[in-house]
Design a protein around this ligand. Structure first.
Ligand SMILES: Cc1c2[nH]c(c1CCC(=O)O)Cc1[nH]c(c(CCC(=O)O)c1C)Cc1[nH]c(c(CCC(=O)O)c1C)Cc1[nH]c(c(C)c1CCC(=O)O)C2
Length: 342
């Protein structure tokens, strides 16, 4: 059995000092990231350049000694590999050519045909496997089907994911077929990451919180359960983290319903509530407010300690409730690491 701290937590072990990594730890708040992105040309070129993508993955590990490295890539590379045109508008974020009709869906590639486009990502994983410190766990990832589909339908991120909700009610068959295609392709993609050397995988469902009632079961729970079952059949013992962001009360029971080993918590749920209602079923990850990484100082330290304290009775991986933002101060990450590790 590995004695890596992240893998211990994912097996359900309680540790005196929780392992720690941060969502978006490789990113624009780091000057060395901005320099490497400029060298690559742009964000997508960086994602598809294995040497440089591995370099930016390693940068925060060198600086802070996080317990995990997360593969540098993006959740939208998968729909791109299915044939959906993708680009990034500077200062605005991702754009895709929307897929909203049966014809649009038929024009996409089969799930098993994503690997040619994604081969450079698997190469990044292989480089990282070689170059990471032996105590650092390598996390692969993908978007969960609902979140990926919501970008594919809207052609961009929208505040309420309205276009995807509309397609879901107006042409449920097409929407469900899109979810199924992404579900299958996600298994292919994550399985290939594991074969290349990823030790853990994480499913990001950033927009799970916009799904109400039975839709949450159909489009957040069911696809995650399918993906997790198939991955665990192919890779016995593979630890999986699920992040149904803003699921609120529906965080309770999510691990059991999907088979995930760990549930990542956003910062809208209180750590005390989650310790009682979510951590009873296994490891939890989270959940410091990312704004504190901009503010720094005493509130950052006291909030971080409060979260460690709340989860100290069970398995916990320290993280933020969402990604670290470009405005965060790199010195505040050092403050955070001292608050956690002492
Ligand atoms: C919804 C989503 C996306 N991508 C991702 C999600 C799910 C998590 C979340 O809710 O934040 C996940 C993601 N995106 C990125 C990673 C790499 C690993 C890491 O966490 O360090 C991961 C795990 C790099 C990235 N993905 C993106 C950047 C910034 C691009 C740049 O350098 O200009 C990075 C480092 C761009 C991106 N990518 C996406 C958006 C909406 C944007 C624009 C918003 C933004 O700029 O933050 C889609």
């Amino acid at each position: 059995m590995s004695d890596k701290t992240i893998l211990k937590a994912l097996r359900g072990e309680t540790q005196a000092v929780p392992p720690v990594w941060l969502m978006r730890q490789a990113g624009r708040y780091l000057p060395e990231y901005r320099a490497t992105r400029a060298q690559a040309g742009d964000f997508l070129k960086l994602c598809y350049n294995p040497e440089l993508a591995a370099e930016v993955t390693l940068q925060p590990i060198r600086r802070y000694g996080f317990d995990a490295a997360i593969l540098f890539a993006d959740i939208l590379l998968l729909p791109q590999a299915l044939g959906v045109p993708l680009w990034f508008e500077t200062g605005e974020g991702p754009r895709l050519t929307p897929v909203t009709t049966p014809e649009g869906l038929r024009s996409l590639r089969a799930a098993s045909d994503v690997h040619e486009t994604l081969a450079p990502i698997y190469e990044t994983v292989k480089i990282l496997k070689r170059e990471l410190p032996k105590e650092t766990t390598l996390i692969g990832f993908a978007g969960a089907p609902w979140t990926v589909a919501s970008y594919v339908v809207a052609g961009r991120g929208t505040p309420d994911q309205g276009p995807a909700h509309r397609l879901k009610s107006e042409d449920r068959a097409t929407f469900a077929a899109l979810i199924d295609l992404i579900t299958e392709a996600t298994v292919e993609y994550l399985s290939a990451q594991v074969m290349a050397g990823a030790e853990v995988v994480k499913l990001f469902d950033s927009w799970a919180g916009t799904l109400q009632g039975a839709d949450f079961d159909d489009f957040a729970v069911a696809p995650a359960r399918k993906i997790i079952a198939e991955l665990k059949a192919r890779h016995p013992g593979l630890p999986i983290i699920a992040f149904p962001r803003e699921a609120g009360a529906r965080y309770e029971g999510f691990a059991k319903a999907t088979g995930a080993d760990c549930v990542a918590l956003d910062n809208s749920v209180s750590a005390d509530w989650a310790a009682a209602h979510v951590q009873k079923d296994g490891c939890v990850q989270g959940n410091l407010d990312p704004k504190l990484m901009v503010e720094g100082g005493p509130r950052l330290v006291s909030e971080a300690k409060r979260i460690v304290q709340a989860f100290k009775g069970g398995a916990h991986i320290f993280n933020l409730g969402h990604g670290i933002t470009p405005e965060a101060n790199p010195d505040h990450v050092t403050q955070l690491m001292e608050a956690i590790r002492g």
